[in-house]
Design a binder for this molecule. Structure first.
Ligand code: GDP
Ligand code: GDP
Length: 434
């Protein structure tokens, strides 16, 4: 998916615009129950075209004191990592020094830039926008993120500027795995262990979307692409310590993948940053394998692994049906199992269950435990079918879909998981009017 970044100095209205763009999709995004929404990254769509939006200000900058250096970082990240940059200024203040800094950086990049003059709350203020031509970034789009006026034209321009969503041909059929996780968990070590040992049968392939490097791996009957995030990392000189950057790197790897191999450090357990990455995986509806690495550092008895797995699943809940593999990269312990598990998740994710099987199994269960009646109205589920979509999605046809509660949705999801192996695969369940 293409990425749109919003840049600009503080208080011009970036996060208000971000919320407006992502808010349009809130209902759909929140379908994935239990995922915590990240404030600065979300998905939007306009006229049927989906794209990711990042409020870079939200990540890179702290309080009110903004130094030129910080805004430079923010803009360089946006240039590096996005497809389209929205540069936001504010009509009443005119052009400030920081605006000039941003404009200079953007003009020197080859990136597609849309100049947005915000807080044009009434028509009179449009005249004030003329001075921004001096930034040398073309026609400004006048908007009021507060009222929403002008945002339609802006979105038309954003969509027109997005590159084609080009999944290069031939890449589609093979599984794509991304190794993700926070810094120092062992991602590069695992990648190298996999690739080095198989050096002679590895073929690097030039990137598909946004120059991520795909490496084809073909051994032991497994044929797949590994998305090389280490390659992405070297693209910029910007310091590594920005959480923003590691999140962005994960976002891009996740979006290009079918199954994410999320690595944790056993000596540190599962932390909130791990959970953020996990919720990105779930929100993007990708398959997931959890790898608890550095297992060699843990003192173990017979129950340690089981207890570890339980503690992790507790944190991942409600989506806790996820495979967990315990590894030690230097000892080459269970490295192959990681790949085999990812492969299983991949095949579960693309599986299509025949409608007859779904109904034969689920209708009796629904008859036995129907959705609770609401306001004296009986809710009847007539039949269920799996939709044609990249991730398993089931539509239940109902007389009164609006009355089905989250608890019942989860009940049906659990029943599906009991019958078919969807371990590591987020499921979507829709209720539709019959
Ligand atoms: P950010 O720091 O760039 O993310 O800016 P915010 O989105 O937090 O907005 C800063 C302030 O400007 C907030 O008080 C907003 O309510 C206000 N604001 C945002 N958009 C508009 C607008 O279109 N018109 C007016 N009058 N105020 C706005
Ligand atoms: P990345 O930032 O996630 O790519 O992490 P690296 O692969 O660079 O690993 C960070 C550090 O952890 C390096 O010093 C590795 O040698 C070390 N490391 C990686 N895997 C293991 C492991 O399974 N056990 C131990 N003890 N150390 C590991």
């Amino acid at each position: 998916m293409s990425i749109v970044a919003i840049v600009g100095r503080p208080n011009v209205g970036k996060s208000t615009l971000f919320n407006r763009l992502v808010g349009m999709r809130k209902a759909i995004v929140d379908d994935t129950a239990g995922t915590t929404r990240d404030r600065h990254y979300g998905t939007s769509d306009w006229n049927g075209r989906e794209f990711s939006v990042i409020d870079t200000g939200g990540y890179a900058l702290g309080g009110e004191d903004v130094f030129e250096e910080e805004i430079r970082k923010q803009v360089l990240l946006a240039i590096d990592e996005s497809d389209v940059v929205i540069f936001m200024v504010e009509v009443a203040t005119g052009i400030t020094d920081l605006d000039m800094v941003v404009a200079d950086l953007l003009r020197r990049s080859a990136k597609k830039v849309l100049l947005v003059v915000n807080k044009v709350d009434n028509n009179d203020q449009i005249y004030g926008s003329h001075e921004f031509y001096a930034l040398g970034l073309g026609d400004p789009y006048c908007i009021s993120t507060m009222s929403g006026s002008g945002t339609g034209d802006l979105l038309d321009a954003v969509v027109a500027a997005l590159p084609e969503d080009s999944e290069a041909e031939g890449f589609e059929e093979l599984p794509k795995f991304a190794i993700i996780g926070r810094p120092n968990v062992g991602k590069s070590s695992l990648t190298n262990a996999l690739l080095d040992s198989e050096r002679n049968i590895v073929t690097p392939v030039a990137g598909t979307t946004r120059d991520s490097i795909l490496t084809r791996y073909n051994k032991f009957g497994m044929d797949f692409y590994l998305i090389d995030t280490a390659g992405l990392r070297k693209k910029t000189k910007v310091t590594e310590d920005l959480e923003f950057y590691s999140v962005l790197r994960s976002v891009r790897a996740i979006e290009s993948s079918d199954v994410c191999i999320l690595m944790l450090d056993a000596s540190q357990g599962i932390e909130s940053q791990d959970m953020n990455i996990f919720s990105l995986v779930v929100r993007n509806k990708k398959g997931c394998v959890i790898v608890v690495n550095k297992w060699d550092l843990i003192e173990k008895d017979n129950n340690t692994m089981k207890e570890f797995a339980e503690a992790i699943r507790y944190r991942l809940s409600p989506f806790s049906d996820v495979p967990i593999v315990f590894t030690s990269v230097p000892n080459k312990q269970r490295i192959l199992e990681v790949l085999q598990t990812a492969m299983q998740v991949y095949y579960s994710r693309i599986r299509k269950i025949p409608t007859s099987q779904l109904n034969e199994y689920l209708l009796p269960i629904i008859e036995e435990t129907p959705p609770p009646a609401i306001k004296g109205k009986y809710i009847r589920i007539k039949y269920v079918t799996q939709l044609a979509s990249p991730t398993p999605s089931f539509a239940f046809f109902v007389n009164l879909p609006q009355y089905i509660k989250e608890g019942y949705r989860r009940f049906l999801e659990n029943k599906i998981r009991e019958r078919w192996d969807f371990t590591g695969v987020p499921l979507q369940i829709f209720f539709r009017q019959k």
